[in-house]
Design a protein around this ligand. Structure first.
Ligand SMILES: [Mg+2]
Length: 279
């Protein structure tokens, strides 16, 4: 990683110096990965697919799906998708077998990945909050309330510009007392607020689990791709242990590299697929 610049006047160039574009330094990355086992972890929305008006519309380009498919068939490669969506939902969006899907920011996983237990009291409260949100916020045009089994998402992407704060305030009025009482956590993403369990757990802890359960003797290369604030803990968890890629244009990321868009993620994966060898 390049050195941090304190002079803000440099603007965009600082960004380029601090976090490297993964396409530009492709060989530097590929050479460190070639011939090793690789564990690739992807966020979904904004990383593999463009963000759309509604979650159902956020489908991947068909060639991104084909690239992922090829990686699932590549020897020594393990593909994991770690999303804020419900596990079954993200699995449906990606539509491929041979991938490990983890939903709800790490609260919804199968197999050898540890997941914190959720109390019956939390599940009951979550249903009550869901009912409350639906009942009291339905008058706000453009909001969408999504039940995701272990969490509830409040999407306000399609709310009229001037009403976004009003919508977020209405959400906080309902959820605020439970946050104060430490019965829930609120997670903020891109135009979405999520009611989550009151447990310090998320993509960062989940990535630590993935590293632990895959480390073994073979020293695999871990790669993580994500675009949102919720992915920053995952970048942090991989510091010095793998390769992290922020998707988007921002100087404020803990990732080692950046890719400008899901299109550039696609381009990077294509280059990697042609470069790496199956041992
Ligand atoms: Mg995302």
């Amino acid at each position: 990683m390049g050195r941090k610049h304190s002079n803000r006047a440099y603007g965009f160039e600082i960004k380029e110096a601090a976090v490297k574009n993964a396409i530009r330094v492709f060989r530097e990355i590929a050479e460190q990965i070639n011939g090793r086992k690789v564990v690739m972890i992807f966020d979904y929305d904004g990383t593999l697919s463009e963000i759309r008006k509604s979650p159902e519309e956020a489908v991947m380009q068909p060639d991104t799906q084909a690239l992922l498919y090829n990686f699932t068939k590549m020897c020594g490669y393990k593909i994991i998708i770690l999303s804020g969506r419900a596990r079954n939902n993200v699995k449906k969006m990606v539509g491929l077998n041979g991938i490990t899907y983890i939903g709800n920011h790490g609260f919804d996983a199968l197999g050898d990945i540890r997941v914190p237990a959720l109390s019956r009291a939390y599940m009951k409260l979550l249903s009550a909050i869901l009912r409350d949100l639906k009942k009291n916020l339905k008058h706000i045009n453009g909001i969408r309330i999504e039940a995701k089994k272990y969490s509830v998402s409040f999407h306000y992407r399609n709310v009229a510009r001037g009403s976004e704060n009003k919508a977020a305030d209405a959400f906080r009025n309902i959820t605020g007392p439970y946050v104060k009482a430490k019965k829930i956590n609120i997670l903020k993403g891109k135009k979405v607020l999520e009611v989550m369990p009151p447990i310090k757990w998320g993509k960062g802890e989940t990535v630590k689990q993935i590293v632990k359960s895959n480390r073994g003797a073979e020293n695999p290369a871990f790669m993580y791709f994500g675009d949102d604030v919720t992915d920053e803990n995952a970048f942090q968890a991989l510091k010095g242990k793998g390769f992290s890629f922020f998707v988007g244009n921002s100087a404020r990321t803990k990732a080692d590299y950046f890719l400008r868009s899901p299109k550039e993620v696609n381009k990077f994966l294509r280059k990697l697929l042609y470069y790496v060898r199956c041992e």
